[in-house]
Design a protein. Structure first.
Length: 574
C-alpha cells in the first residue's frame, strides 16, 4: 500500500516521471497492435503450382490464398531467385500468373508478402530432369513400316504406319522431298540410303507438312495421317521425333493439271527494330511487344532468328517474338529492341491446264472451311462483295478460270493508288470509289475468291527493291485441289511502282500464277492474337508488314509511352 502511494506521489511531484510512464504505455499499445495485426494478416498459402515441371517461357499459375489483392512489395521466388517485375502477368489474392524466365532453376517455390513467406512448393526445370537409365536408340527411334499410298498428289491424305511416333505430335513432324530446282530426286534417294536424314545438309532438301494448311489430321504412336504438303516432290519421306529420325520411304508425287517450280533462291539478312520510350506508369505496369516473325512455307522454307536483343520473354508464340519491359523502370529513357533473321525465298512459277482442274470435293476439310470464310481482313460475307463476285464469274464453274477472271476484272476496272491509305478506311470503299491501294487490291481479290468458294489467303510482308530498301506489301494465294497454292499479286499486276531485280515485260500476266523472290512473307492469313491480360490496352498497326491483331499490349497503370516501329531493313542478300 505504501509502495503504491509512493509511486503516485512521484507521478504528481515530477513531470518527467509522468512523461516517461506515458511513453511506455504508448509503446506497449503500438507493439501490441503490430503483433496482433501481423498475426491477423495471414501468411500466404500455396495450394498448387501448374506446371510443376516446365521450361523457360512457360506460364506458371500459382493457386492458393492470402497472396493479397495486388502485388505490392510481394514476390515469387523459384530456386532461390526472385522473379523480376517483368515476369508477372497477373496477381490476385488466390492466383498469381508468371512467365518462367530463361534462367529458371530447379528448387523450392515461395510466395512472399508483407505478412511473411509461404510454405514451399517444388518446381523442376524439364531440361534438367535426370534420366535414370539411358534409352536404347534401337527401341525408341521412329520406324516406318508402310505407307497407305505411294503415288500421290498434293493435298492427298495418306496413312503412315509404324512404331515409336509418340502418343502426341508435339514438335514431331513428317518431312517430304521439296520441289526445289536444286533438288535431284535420284541423288537425294542415294544420299538417304547412305546417311541418316539428320546428317549435315540433308534437311536442306526437305520441307515439313504445314500446320497452317492443316496437313496433320491424326497422330498416334503407331499411325500418322497427314496430307501431302504444298511444294512436295517425288522422293524420300521420313518421320522426325525428339528421339531422332526414321528411315525413309519413297513417294511419287504428280500434279495432274500442271506444274509448279520453286527456283532462283535468294537469301536475305533482315533486321527489325522497335523503340519504346517516355513511359509514365505505376510500379507494376508492363509493356508487351509482339514482334512478327517471318513465316515458313514451301517458297520461304528457311527462317532463322540469329540475334535478338534484349533477350525475349518468349522467342516464338503464335509466330511472334514477345518482349516485355517494366514501364515504370523505363521513365524518359529509350529502349531499342532488335531482331535479325536469315531468310531464304524462292521464285514460284506455275503452269495450269484449266481443262484438267476439277471442282472441290473436300468442302468439309479444315483448309477449305478456314480459307473460304470471312475474317477481320477479308470481307467475303459482305453483300456487295458477293453480288460483285456473282456478276464477274457468271456461269463459270472452273475454280482456276474463276480466279483468273476475277483478277483480270480488278486490273481493268479499278485504279491502283501508289501510296498506302491511312486512317480508319475500309477495303469495301474500293467498290464505291473504284480506287484502292495495294492492301485494298489484295484484300478485295481474296474476298471475291472466297465468295466464289475458292480457298484463298492474303499474305503480308515486304517487297524488296533493287536498292535493298523495303516497302510494306500484300499479295494473295489461292488453293486448287491436287495442285496446292497458286500465288497472285494484283497490285504489282495493276502497275504498282517497283524496282525489281529483273524487269517483267508484262506484270499483269506474270503476277497471276507466279511470284518472284523479292517477296518476303511475315503473315499467311490473319493472325488473331488475343489479349493476355484483362483490362489491358492493345495497339493494332493497320496496313503494315504483318496481319496480326495485337502489336503492343499494356497492363493497367500505364498512363502513356512512345513507340516507333521501323520497316524491315535488308542488311545483305546472297
Amino acid at each position: 500500500m505504501n509502495r503504491n502511494f509512493h509511486f503516485l506521489y512521484l507521478l504528481r511531484k515530477y513531470p518527467a516521471a509522468r512523461t516517461g510512464v506515458l511513453v511506455m504505455l504508448t509503446a506497449v499499445v503500438i507493439l501490441s497492435t503490430f503483433f496482433v495485426g501481423k498475426k491477423l494478416r495471414a501468411v500466404p498459402d500455396i495450394a498448387g503450382i501448374n506446371p510443376s515441371v516446365g521450361s523457360p517461357g512457360d506460364v506458371m499459375v500459382l493457386t492458393g490464398k492470402d497472396f493479397g489483392d495486388t502485388q505490392g512489395s510481394g514476390f515469387v521466388e523459384i530456386g532461390g531467385s526472385r522473379i523480376t517485375s517483368s515476369g508477372y502477368i497477373s496477381w490476385s489474392d488466390t492466383e498469381i500468373k508468371i512467365i518462367l524466365p530463361a534462367n529458371v532453376q530447379d528448387g523450392l517455390v515461395f510466395v512472399s508478402t508483407d505478412s511473411g513467406k509461404s510454405a514451399p512448393a517444388f518446381f523442376a526445370n524439364k531440361a534438367t530432369i535426370p534420366v535414370e537409365v539411358p534409352p536404347n536408340p534401337q527401341t525408341t527411334l521412329p520406324v516406318i513400316t508402310s505407307l497407305s499410298e505411294e503415288n500421290v498428289t498434293p493435298g492427298m491424305l495418306i496413312s503412315i504406319t509404324g512404331n515409336n511416333f509418340g502418343s502426341i505430335k508435339g514438335d514431331s513432324c513428317v518431312y517430304f522431298t521439296a520441289a526445289w530446282d536444286n533438288n535431284n530426286a535420284s541423288d537425294i534417294s542415294k544420299t538417304a540410303q547412305t546417311y541418316p536424314p539428320s546428317a549435315a545438309g540433308f534437311n536442306s532438301n526437305f520441307i515439313t507438312a504445314n500446320s497452317t494448311d492443316f496437313d496433320y489430321e491424326y497422330w498416334s504412336n503407331n499411325e500418322i495421317r497427314v496430307r501431302i504438303p504444298d511444294g512436295a516432290a517425288s522422293g524420300p519421306i521420313y518421320v522426325h521425333t525428339e528421339k531422332g529420325d526414321s528411315g525413309v520411304q519413297k513417294l511419287t508425287v504428280t500434279i495432274p493439271c500442271g506444274t509448279k517450280q520453286l527456283s532462283n533462291r535468294l537469301t536475305y539478312i533482315v533486321e527489325l527494330n522497335e523503340d519504346v520510350s517516355n513511359a509514365k506508369a505505376t510500379d507494376d505496369s508492363v509493356i508487351t511487344l509482339r514482334v512478327p516473325r517471318p513465316h515458313e512455307s514451301a517458297s520461304q522454307p528457311f527462317v532463322k532468328l540469329t540475334e535478338c536483343k534484349p533477350e525475349p520473354t518468349i522467342e516464338n508464340y503464335r509466330n511472334t517474338i514477345i518482349h516485355q519491359i517494366q514501364a515504370s523502370e523505363l521513365g524518359e529513357t529509350k529502349v531499342r529492341f532488335k531482331q535479325s533473321f536469315v531468310i531464304s525465298v524462292y521464285d514460284v512459277t506455275t503452269t495450269v491446264r484449266a481443262s484438267r482442274v476439277k471442282p472441290y470435293t473436300e468442302k468439309n476439310s479444315m483448309l477449305y472451311t478456314e480459307y473460304t470464310k470471312s475474317d477481320a481482313c477479308v470481307p467475303s460475307d459482305n453483300e456487295a462483295v458477293r453480288n460483285l463476285c456473282t456478276a464477274i464469274i457468271r456461269n463459270e464453274h472452273n475454280p482456276y478460270t474463276q480466279a483468273k477472271v476475277i483478277y483480270d476484272y480488278l486490273l481493268v476496272n479499278y485504279k491502283l493508288l501508289q501510296n498506302v491509305r491511312t486512317g480508319n478506311v475500309a477495303v469495301t470503299d474500293m467498290l464505291r470509289t473504284k480506287t484502292g491501294d495495294a492492301y485494298d487490291f489484295t484484300m478485295l481479290y481474296t474476298a471475291l475468291l472466297r465468295a466464289a468458294g475458292i480457298p484463298a489467303m492474303p499474305v503480308s510482308g515486304v517487297l524488296v527493291q533493287s536498292t535493298l530498301t523495303t516497302k510494306n506489301h500484300w499479295w494473295c494465294r489461292f488453293y486448287l485441289e491436287n495442285f496446292g497454292w497458286i500465288p497472285a499479286d494484283p497490285a504489282l499486276g495493276a502497275g504498282l511502282e517497283n524496282k525489281p531485280f529483273h524487269k517483267k515485260e508484262d506484270p499483269g500476266t506474270f503476277y497471276f500464277g507466279n511470284l518472284d523472290s523479292q517477296h518476303i512473307a511475315f503473315s499467311l492469313g490473319w493472325n488473331d492474337i488475343k489479349p493476355a491480360l484483362q483490362n489491358s490496352k492493345t495497339l493494332y498497326r493497320p496496313r503494315t508488314y504483318a496481319l496480326q491483331a495485337i502489336w503492343e499490349e499494356t497492363s493497367a497503370g500505364t498512363e502513356s509511352y512512345s513507340s516507333l516501329w521501323d520497316n524491315p531493313i535488308i542488311l545483305g542478300v546472297y
